[in-house]
Each structure stands twice: as C-alpha cells, then as structure tokens.
Design a protein around this ligand. Structure first.
Ligand code: GMT
Length: 380
C-alpha cells in the first residue's frame, strides 16, 4: 500500500506513535510518505520505504498566523498525486483530520479517485482541545467525515463519544513499541554519572513534554516524599512550558543536588535501562506511552488512575495506580518499590510481560494493516 502519515514533529506521544508506525509499515514493504513541518522526533536515519515531506508555511505581512492547515492539505494533494496514495492517516485530529479531509475533497474533484482517510485520536485532541467549544464543531465533523477512526484506548473512545457530537464507528487500536528496541540495556556509565555508588542508591525518572497536564509539580512533590525515606536521585527528561516551574519547586524544596534535568532526549532506552522507578502523576493520559516505554525497559511505574492508564497498568500487578490527588499514596508505592527488591523484581517482570503480550509492534501493526484493508474495501 502507499500510505501517507500526517503527524506533529515535536516530542509528543502522537508524533512518536505515528513515526514508529511509519517505520514499521515500511519494514513490511509498504511505501510511507510522512508529512510534518520538520523531520519528526525519533524518525532517525534514512529508512527504505519512508519518504519525508516538509510542510512549509510561507508568511505574508497581512497574516498574523501561519496557514498550516492549507499548506498541509496542499502538500498532501501534491504527494498523493505523485505517489498515488491509497490511505492518508492523520495522527491527532487538530488540524490533521481537517487537512486530510480537504485533501480528499480536492482529489475527488480533480483526480480519478481519492485516497481514503483515517484519523487516529490520541488524547488531548479530544480531552483538552477537541471538546472545547472553540474547536468542537469542526473536529466532530472531520472525525465523522473520515473513512476510518481509531483511538489509542477504550477510555478515549468512550470520552470521544461522550463529549463530542460524533457518530463514527471508532476502532480501538492500542499504542505499541518495537519490543526488541525497547528493552533493558544497562549502561553502567550512565548510572555512575547520575547515581554514583556511595552517594545515591536508587534512580527515579520522569519523561514528558512538561505541559500542565503532566503535573510536574506533583512529580517533584512525590519525589520529595520518597527522598525522605530513600537515598534516591530524580532524572527529569524532556522540555516544555512547565520546566521553569519545576526548577522553582526543586529549589524551594531544597532538592537541587538530588535532581538532574536532562532536557529532550531522542534516545530514551539508555536512561530507562538504569531507572528504578518511573513517575507519571498526570491529570489526564489517554494511554500513557511513556509508561509503556518504562515497563518495556523493566521499570515499575507509579501513575495516576486516569484515562487509558488502567488499560495498561493493573495496579499491584504490573505497576501502581493512585487517584491523581493521592500524592502520599504514590510516594508510599514508590518507597515500597525502591526498598523491597522482591516486590520490585515482581512488578518489573510483570510490566515487561504485559508489554510483550499486548503492546509489541509485531502484534499491533498488523491490526493497522488489516484496518487499512478494511477501510479500502468499503465504500464511503
Ligand atoms: O503529551 C504527550 O505526550 C502528547 C500527547 C498528545 O496529545 O499528542 O499524547 C497523547 O498521545 C499519546 C500517544 O497516543 C498517549 O500515549 C498520551 O497518553 C496522550 N496524552 C494525553 O492524553 C495527555
């Protein structure tokens, strides 16, 4: 198949999943055209079967805003003609579903047949933005106008149907990882650098794009409580608007020497491979790809019981979930994991098993392929 994948280039879960899907589809002999404003985070080196199409948004003094939607639809039309795309797969509804819809409309008028469009809803495109009255009508229209719609969890599917006036037949297809790549590969030099023997016993990690929904303040609070009982250090990986707030809170709590801020890191496996605990106290999480990456690398996760996280983590079995406000409970679970080696080993092994049983690329990517075929086979 010739498949177009639209995604954001920034270090967000939707772009990461779209990029991993593009690479996995190319490995399975499909031709994949990736559309974004920059080569997406984690696209990595050249791979046969994947082409990248940069969306340029030329400015004009009259405009205060870049015309991203029009430029993206325009680029999709050009590439669809050249590569005879069968499917345009929009990751994140805003505004990618609208760009795909516009491209399909143009191609159906001007060309002999248009590609089918599939929209994958990732989370905040519904929970924070799509359900906002400023976007709701257009987002709902574009979802219903898609030839296929998927969500990354059952929870997000139900929330979409509850909060938006959509009637689409939504398919749940879980996020996934390349399980051979996302596995524990210890790196003693990293350990020695961030948690040197004698000065630090355990390494706690948080990875995100530091937006309010991730509750960075809660990460620091939970770590502060853990630090009272365990000689641990915290690694913060990523960047975003709430990083200054995190720095302030770290100073306020006197934790400067116990916290290391690594910024955005494309290679996350080395860090996770040395971690002993992963904290994800988010306000909302439609799936929690970061938690899945940690589990794949044998790191127990303590997270909020929100959104799709209970579809990934069974509390007490392969991680721990607490109500978002229960920071003391999260800290207690963290301390238990960091001090009880048997518990840690049990939860870490169960986490890795869950990933292998349910979330590896080799079981999820064929589900996407089958869905593409199903959508291609049915008329609009
Ligand atoms: O915050 C991010 O990582 C990006 C965010 C997004 O909206 O693109 O991620 C969402 O999609 C990911 C991939 O499907 C999910 O794993 C995240 O749970 C989801 N984030 C939220 O729901 C807050």
């Amino acid at each position: 198949m010739n498949i177009g994948i639209i995604c954001y280039a920034s270090a967000g879960g939707s772009g990461i999943v779209a990029t991993e899907l593009a690479k996995a589809l190319a490995m399975r002999s499909h031709h994949v055209s990736v559309f974004s404003t920059d080569p997406p985070f984690r696209l990595g080196q050249y791979q046969a079967g994947v082409t990248f199409h940069r969306v340029e948004t030329p400015g004009y003094p009259l405009f205060r805003e870049p015309q991203y939607l029009l430029a993206l639809a325009n680029k999709v039309v050009q590439v669809a003609r050249e590569h005879r795309l069968d499917i345009i797969h929009a990751h994140y509804a805003i505004p990618h579903a609208a760009a795909a819809y516009l491209a399909r409309q143009i191609l159906s008028v001007t060309d002999n047949g248009a590609p089918k469009i599939i929209t994958t809803l990732h989370g905040t495109d519904i929970t924070l933005l799509g359900s906002d009255p400023s976007y709701m009508e257009t987002v709902a229209f574009c979802i219903d106008a898609s030839d296929g719609v998927t969500t990354v969890s059952e929870s997000l599917k139900q929330q979409t149907l509850r909060e938006l006036p959509v009637h689409a037949d939504i398919r749940v297809i879980y996020n996934f990882l390349e399980c051979d790549v996302y596995r524990r590969q210890p790196d003693p030099t990293l350990r020695e650098c961030y948690c040197p023997a004698g000065r630090c016993d355990r390494l706690v990690v948080h990875v995100s794009n530091f937006r309010p929904v991730k509750r960075i303040g809660a990460v620091v609070e939970v770590f502060a409580q853990i630090r009272q009982r365990v000689n641990a250090r915290l690694l913060l990986v990523g960047d975003g608007p709430d990083l200054p707030e995190a720095r302030r809170r770290i100073r306020e709590l006197g934790l400067r020497s116990s916290v290391e801020i690594l910024g955005e890191q494309e290679q996350i496996v080395p860090v996770l491979s040395e971690a002993d605990l992963f904290l994800l106290p988010s306000a909302q999480e439609s799936f929690g790809l970061a938690a899945l990456e940690a589990m794949a690398c044998g790191v127990p996760v303590v997270a909020s019981r929100v959104g799709g996280l209970p579809e990934v983590i069974e509390s007490g079995v392969n991680g721990f979930l607490h109500e978002p406000g229960d920071l003391a409970g999260m800290a207690a679970s963290g301390v238990a994991l960091l001090t009880d080696r048997d518990l840690h080993g049990r939860i870490a092994a169960a986490g890795r098993r869950t990933v292998e049983e349910k979330f590896c690329a080799n079981s999820i990517v064929p589900i996407y392929e089958a869905y593409y075929r199903e959508v291609l086979a049915k008329g609009r």
